[in-house]
Ligand binder design. Sequence first.
Ligand SMILES: Nc1ncnc2c1ncn2[C@@H]1O[C@H](COP(=O)(O)OP(=O)(O)OP(=O)(O)O)[C@@H](O)[C@H]1O
Ligand SMILES: [Mg+2]
Length: 151
Amino acid sequence: MATYISHSLEETLALGERWGREAAPGWLIAISGDLGSGKTQLVRGIARGLGVTERVHSPTFTIVNYYSSGRVPLWHLDLYRLETPEAMRSAGLDEYFKPEGVAAVEWAERWLPVDLAGRVVDAGGAARVRRVSIQVIDEQVRKIEYEDSGA
Ligand SMILES: Nc1ncnc2c1ncn2[C@@H]1O[C@H](COP(=O)(O)OP(=O)(O)OP(=O)(O)O)[C@@H](O)[C@H]1O
Ligand SMILES: [Mg+2]
């Protein structure tokens, strides 16, 4: 488990940008964290690192946004509104975890089954999962913990 302390929005964007530059097809970036902790900003950074030129905004009302202008296609999901297992199932989420793309998921813990140690049990076929947890320390400071599993 790695820990990164972000002292500003810019540092969070830059961390996401580094991840976006290294991201490969089949990656799933599963992000948890309180309201306003910076999940969407991290995804904006990831998109930037992938070379996405479209404007990235939160898909809260649509569940998923798709960006095709980068080096690898990016699916950006926000599961905040999917409150029940039934809602998850009928949303057909598995469809977005394509081997040819990168999926970044806000409120990922609402969907991904994890074991007692918090490890993802079934990542819908993703090649690599980066589990990310963002904690608000104060107005500007965020503690970002992350851990990879898979290839
Ligand atoms: N170090 C930081 N990293 C990221 N965002 C920060 C930081 N410091 C302050 N902020 C502010 O925190 C807010 C984070 O908003 P963001 O929409 O990314 O949160 P979120 O976790 O996606 O929220 P939601 O649960 O509503 O989707 C922004 O207004 C951003 O400017
Ligand atoms: Mg958000």
